[in-house]
Design a protein around this ligand. Structure first.
Ligand code: ATP
Ligand code: MG
Length: 749
């Protein structure tokens, strides 16, 4: 994508051009205290990606300075993750613990330069002396110790002569620095703990702020890329490397926004809690956002790298919609993987008038027929179809098999229902059907009309499989931990059926089970006796719909056109539209796909565009909102016209209203058919962008939340969202988020 454009690559290019460095050297420096997650994938993609793009190299360094939480099994998981994503580290895996002696020597040098001292204040006093964002700190009385005294104490600390917390090594910088981190930061602390590599050699361990810049320097790193929380640590990074007067060249630190994803927790600590809670099955549970979990679920490395590429490298924190990650795997598999037939909830069908058996050749890539590859589908009198592909009392718009409506068996014949057999409880256990001999797919000479085709498997040859269907691990968008787990995140289907060809494939193959989703043989639990498949992702994002449905009354079933949209190849016309949408109008392919495949939507879209030329905003509203309405109504039954939607979009684009308010206006339009401009006027929904109105609100909120202001200024940048949220709330959602963001950020500086 826009690789050459992101700000890190620009810096690197500049530095290579100016000759600052001969070669770019980056590193990925995880702490081996948990399995890496999708956030680490972003960091891996950036660090290894940059090194690769500019012919440099990237080190894999375990930042193992905290002996109590680290373990070799995590080292292995980190190595696996980097390799699986397709990257190679330079030479060996490095460990910060390999530099313990060198780091110790640097500390001695600092002490000798009178730039570091042993402090013996306790933790509370250290905090108290540090001061606050508005008041200067005060230096400890121990800072006056002589160099000899400091050297002696430091050595004895190292040898384990003191208790934890008794002494600490600090840099002597500036107790009144506006950057709190620069107020004599801690460099070494006493820890009587066994280190998984260094053993019991050390009773002191270096702090991140000391170990990290120096490890970077020791390895000849040029660009030390980290996440935004370390912005304020950059001053220490520079101070340390400058003060020690190291031989150039030296590395510099750059920060980017860490990845956050909705419905996901993204911290090894929280993931560890999940693992320890026993609510999931270990670090590589396919529901986990760990790389091991995604891999076991069936994600491909390509899909994850594409995802990282698409979210880009930014300097502002944000939350990425988990649907985007799901889209990336769907997009990767859509054209690549074979399409096969499964029956997840079998219902037996006996075709009364069929005798004998035959074998039907079916392409694995029906969406892309020139692509070679096919398999044989056995066919006989007894088959299974999905339970919900038959309906005795069909709702309106049900296009599959009913007592009065024939259906096509995909690749095979048209059948109709002759008799329904039920058990004592009234549950349907079998359908007796009839087939039309001259209706075979591809050579159909019958004139029977069907509205859809369904998947099936032949009874004798079908294989029984276990299918694990996953839903999101958390039930809310911004989960905190165990308490937010979605109790329905795993559904196990024990007796699903699959066509025999699937079982004969190589183990690492992914499939599309037509109309069901993408599936992957579980690499751990799959056995010949119990073939087990993980559902990687569904064919479409069903979550948004589901959420609405559970909140409202049950909705009529959406209409199904011929098989699911994903399975049917696009017609020429649809494809033309799709190309126009993606290339000319720059719509993303998911939106373009929805619009192009639906005549009514694309018509509506075209009409709205004529009124106001804002292709992307209009497309979003049409595919997200109008489509819902059109599932139950015809265009001429809608309460609003394309022109009304254009007016609404115009107000969004010229910032008269926020997108949030736009949703509210839309709901009103859809319900009552009032013109959007009138709604905005009469309900006084205009966006507030005037700083003279917004600033007093911000001031008010700041004065009511002194503690959060303090925390924010001390580095808890997450609270930024809190302030913005409060201000938006105070304006009843009418504050212009952009303006509010800017003003809050200025005001909190
Ligand atoms: P966690 O909170 O999950 O333990 P961390 O930041 O402590 O994460 P490390 O193992 O210390 O994890 O991080 C290794 C590298 O990965 C660091 O450079 C860190 O900035 C980066 N990283 C960690 N989490 C993310 C994320 N969510 N998005 C992008 N980069 C991340
Ligand atoms: Mg960490």
């Amino acid at each position: 994508m826009n690789k050459s454009k992101d700000f890190l690559r620009r810096v690197v290019e500049e530095d290579l051009k100016s000759g600052k460095y001969q070669e770019v050297v980056t590193r990925f420096p995880p702490e081996p205290n948990g399995f890496p997650h999708i956030g680490h994938a972003k960091s891996i993609a950036i660090n290894f990606g940059i090194a690769k793009d500019y012919n440099g190299h990237c080190n894999l360094r375990m930042d193992d300075t905290n002996p109590t939480t680290e373990d070799t099994k995590f080292v292995e998981a980190l190595k696996d993750a980097v390799e699986w994503l397709g990257f190679k580290w330079d030479k060996d895996v490095y460990f910060t613990s390999d530099y313990f002696q060198k780091l110790y020597d640097y500390a001695i040098k600092l002490i000798k330069m009178e730039k570091a001292y042993i402090d013996s204040l306790n933790e509370d006093k250290i905090r108290e002396y540090r001061g606050t964002v508005t008041t200067a700190g005060k230096r400890s009385q121990y800072a006056n110790r002589t160099v000899e005294e400091n050297l002696d104490l430091f050595k004895r600390m190292k040898n384990g002569e003191f208790k934890e917390g008794e002494h600490i090594l600090r840099a002597k910088i500036d107790m009144s620095s506006p950057n709190m981190k620069m107020r004599d930061p801690l460099l070494y602390r006493i820890r009587h703990a066994h280190h998984f590599r260094a053993g019991d050699n050390w009773a002191i361990y270096p702090m991140y702020d000391f170990a990290h810049p120096l490890s970077d320097y020791i390895e000849g790193i040029t660009h030390s890329i980290c996440t935004l929380e370390f912005e304020n640590n950059r001053d220490i990074y520079n101070w340390l490397l400058d003060t020690l007067e190291l031989e150039p060249p030296r590395p510099y630190q750059y920060e980017f926004a860490r990845l956050n994803i909705s419905y996901t927790v993204m911290s090894k600590r929280k993931l560890l809690e999940l693992v320890e809670s026993g609510d999931i099955n270990g670090w590589d549970d396919p529901r986990m956002p760990t790389i091991a979990g995604l891999r076991r679920r069936g994600y491909t490395p390509e899909s994850i790298l594409n995802f990282c590429d698409q979210i880009g490298v930014a300097k502002a924190n944000s939350i990425v919609d988990v649907a985007q990650l799901e889209y990336s795997i769907r997009d990767d598999l859509n054209t690549k993987v074979p399409r096969v037939m499964s029956v997840l909830e079998p219902l037996k069908v006996t075709i009364e008038n069929y005798e004998g058996e035959e074998s039907i050749t079916a392409s694995y890539y029906p969406h892309d027929v020139p692509k070679e590859g096919s398999r044989e589908l056995p066919f006989s009198k007894e088959i299974y179809i999905n339970r919900d592909d038959f309906s005795e009392n069909p709702p309106k718009g049900y296009y599959r098999l009913t007592p009065n409506q024939p259906v096509r068996l995909r690749y095979a014949y048209i059948i109709s229902c002759k008799e329904i057999i039920k058990d004592n409880n009234g549950e349907i256990i079998e359908i007796i059907a009839e087939y039309y001999p001259n209706s075979k797919s591809g050579e159909d000479k019958s004139d029977i009309k069907v509205k859809s085709a369904i998947q099936w498997v032949e009874a004798k040859s079908a294989k029984e499989i276990e299918v694990r269907v996953y839903d999101r691990l958390f039930k809310n968008e911004n989960p905190q931990g165990v308490e937010d787990l979605n109790p329905n995140s795993l559904k196990i289907i024990k007796n699903a059926l699959i066509e025999p060809a699937v079982i004969e494939q190589k183990p690492d193959t992914r499939f599309q089970f037509e109309r069901e989703g993408y599936f992957y043989a579980d690499p751990i639990d799959y056995t010949d006796k119990k073939p087990t498949f993980n559902k990687i992702v569904s064919l479409k994002d069903s979550w948004a719909k589901k959420k609405k449905r559970s909140q409202n009354k049950p909705q009529p079933q959406p209409k199904k056109i011929q098989i699911d949209g994903e399975v049917v190849p696009m017609s020429r016309k649809e494809e033309e539209l799709f190309n126009k949408y993606t290339k000319e109008l720059k719509l993303n392919s998911e939106v373009a796909n929805t619009l192009a495949r639906d005549k009514r939507l694309s018509f509506f879209y075209k009409e709205a565009l004529k009124e106001f030329n804002s292709p992307i905003t209009i497309a979003n509203i049409v595919t997200n909102e109008v489509t819902r309405e059109l599932k139950q109504k015809n265009i001429n039954e809608l309460k609003f016209t394309p022109k009304d939607i254009a007016k609404l979009v115009q107000m969004i684009d010229n910032e008269t209203i926020s997108t949030k308010i736009a949703k509210q206006v839309y709901e009103e339009m859809a319900k009552n058919g009032v013109n959007p401009i009138e709604i905005v006027e009469s309900k006084d929904l205009k966006q507030i962008s005037d700083p003279n109105i917004i600033l007093p609100i911000i001031n008010d909120i700041i004065s009511k939340n002194p503690e959060n202001v303090e925390k924010y200024k001390n580095g808890n940048k997450k609270l930024f969202g809190f302030f913005v949220g409060q201000v938006l709330k105070a304006t009843k959602g009418k504050g212009n988020p952009k303006v509010v963001n800017e003003l809050v950020s200025k005001r909190l500086k």
